[in-house]
Design a protein around this ligand. Structure first.
Ligand code: FDP
Length: 315
């Protein structure tokens, strides 16, 4: 019998509590993958004519994925609120406002790849609320460092749909089996290779990077001899880095003094997964998981990958 998402219940001390939420992520992933496959026929490619809180153009698929994700979190009955890249404010799930968990998500990451049929993803993390269960959940519930994350992971919508996640007991990858209509364990206990792989960055921005990163990257390239791959969707670039080794970075630059990627629903979930897989995630001189968040949509520079590569880059 294949191992399904139910096996999460047996992982570590948080597996049983996290299983219904991760199953909810799995259901959302199946729906989002189906919408992505049929998008061109349903006329849902292209802009939604709206902007998200960061002033970025929302795609119709960003909005649809956000709705699907929220609905599946609601259906678990264990989530009191969702903080999403696509929503300015924290979304409180009224029926379950007493529940224990808050979920942070980028429901459709890398959406600029959509028009060219490139890979995209969903990123999520789960924390326990800080406010009393009798109170209405508040944005302060989301402002917790990566050390408080209970579960995190991502879904990659590539040739196959994969859900890669951790409940603090290693990283495990589940691939959607279309014949059985379920996720099945395909990559048990993923560990990032200590050597080899690729560096992954939008090198076109090199002249504008802050913090001497251009020179640092050149030095790392000399030291490691790594080749380069860049999809431009964090989930796809992270997934390759996790499986093949190397380092993914999005430094601060003249345009984005705090980097581009969002702390709570991009950097922290990926940092959590990376650390659980034996790798390392850094921001401005601090481990990503040690940053104390100040805002829901805060941005940070990000360097994640095999520890030796991250050290060589920041050295
Ligand atoms: P996108 O803007 O397409 O949503 O989350 C932002 C993100 O993608 C990441 O997935 C990706 O790593 C990065 O931006 C790509 O940015 P650049 O186009 O500046 O390289």
């Amino acid at each position: 019998m294949p191992t399904t998402l139910n096996s999460i219940a047996k992982q570590g001390e948080n597996g049983a509590a996290m299983m219904p939420i991760i199953q909810g992520v799995g259901r959302a992933a199946i729906e989002i993958a189906a919408v992505l496959r049929g998008a061109v026929f349903r006329g849902v490619l292209g802009g939604a004519g709206s902007e998200n809180v960061q002033g970025e153009q929302q795609q119709k698929l960003d909005v649809l994925s956000d709705e699907i994700f929220l609905e599946e979190m609601r259906s678990t009955g264990f989530v009191c609120a969702v903080g999403s890249e696509e929503q300015e404010e924290l979304l409180v799930i009224d029926e379950y406002a007493h529940a224990d968990y808050v979920v942070l998500t980028d429901p459709l990451d890398g959406s600029s790849n959509l028009d060219v049929d490139g890979p995209v993803g969903t990123i999520f993390s789960v924390v326990k609320r800080k406010t009393a269960n009798s109170d209405c959940p508040h944005v302060s519930d989301t402002l917790q460092s990566g050390r408080n994350v209970i579960a995190a992971g991502y879904v990659l919508y590539g040739p196959a749909t994969m859900l890669v996640c951790s409940v603090g007991d290693g990283v495990h990858g589940y691939t959607f089996n279309p014949s059985a209509a379920r996720f099945e364990l395909s990559h048990a206990n993923i560990r990032i290779p200590a050597k080899g792989g690729y560096y992954s960055v939008n090198e076109a921005n090199k002249d504008k990077w802050l913090d001497n990163m251009g020179a640092n990257l050149d030095r790392m390239k000399d030291e490691t001899g790594l080749g380069m791959r860049y999809v431009g969707a964090m989930v796809a670039d992270m997934h390759r880095t996790l499986l093949k080794g190397g380092v993914f970075l999005y430094p601060a630059d003249e345009k984005n003094a705090n980097g581009k990627l969002r702390l709570l629903y991009e950097a922290i979930p990926m940092g959590f997964v990376m650390e659980q897989a034996g790798g390392k995630s850094m921001s401005k001189g601090i481990n990503v998981l040690d940053i104390e968040p100040e805002e829901l949509h805060q941005r940070v520079p990000v360097y994640l990958g095999a520890a030796a590569n991250v050290d060589s880059l920041l050295g």
